[in-house]
Design a protein around this ligand. Structure first.
Ligand code: FE2
Length: 194
């Protein structure tokens, strides 16, 4: 039976963090999985990307964004915020903003915009939609990540197997979500190293 997004998220939230880190290190050692940069080296900090024209400060504190665009395809995004030694960082800011199912950003309100702080195990998650393409760009999310007392990392995350990735001037394999299908939408994983 294919799991639901909720069951994938609760698995992510209940698996002991040490186990997650063990899995992560094992994945990083596998030559076939270079999607998520390995921590353990300053060269492996998550890449920065420009904020673009549509960032707005003061996005609300929330995990649930899906109802802002219920015609969109559901996706749950989840991951960790880690330091360069692979240790999870609690209370890190994770902020997201992205286009809707027609490729438009909400510039008058805060639809599909939100922020949260990682839990005691460095975990973050959002329930939202898969953004549509808009002219000139491949499919992407915008994010800002800041560990307590740290500088802000502004970056973007991308989807695998997107025809426009290759030609996108901001795309990087290092910023690919690990996306799986669930019974009721997609589930995307990404661990930030800051
Ligand atoms: Fe954008």
């Amino acid at each position: 039976m294919v799991p639901t997004r909720r069951s994938l998220l609760s698995a992510f939230l209940t698996v002991p963090i040490l186990h997650q880190l063990t899995i992560r290190k094992a994945l990083a050692q596998s030559a076939s999985l270079e999607l998520t940069p390995a921590c353990g080296d300053d060269d492996d900090l998550t890449l920065a990307r420009e904020a673009g024209a549509f960032y707005k400060p003061n996005a609300p504190l929330r995990h649930e964004l899906f109802n802002d665009a219920p015609a969109g395809e559901s996706i749950t995004l989840a991951g960790l915020v880690l330091d360069p030694d692979c240790q999870p960082i609690a209370n890190s800011l994770v902020e997201i903003w992205h286009a809707d199912e027609t490729g438009k950003y909400d510039t008058s309100g805060f639809n599909l915009r939100g922020h949260q702080f990682t839990d005691e195990n460095g975990r973050w998650w959002f329930s939202t939609i898969v953004p549509a393409l808009y002219p000139g760009r491949t499919r992407h999310y915008h994010l800002r990540v800041q560990r307590p007392g740290g500088t802000v990392l502004t970056t973007q995350l991308f989807f695998p197997n997107e025809p426009r990735n290759e030609g996108d001037y901001l795309y990087s394999d290092d910023l690919l979500l690990e996306v799986s299908d669930s019974a009721d939408g997609k589930f995307g994983r990404f661990d930030f190293v800051v």
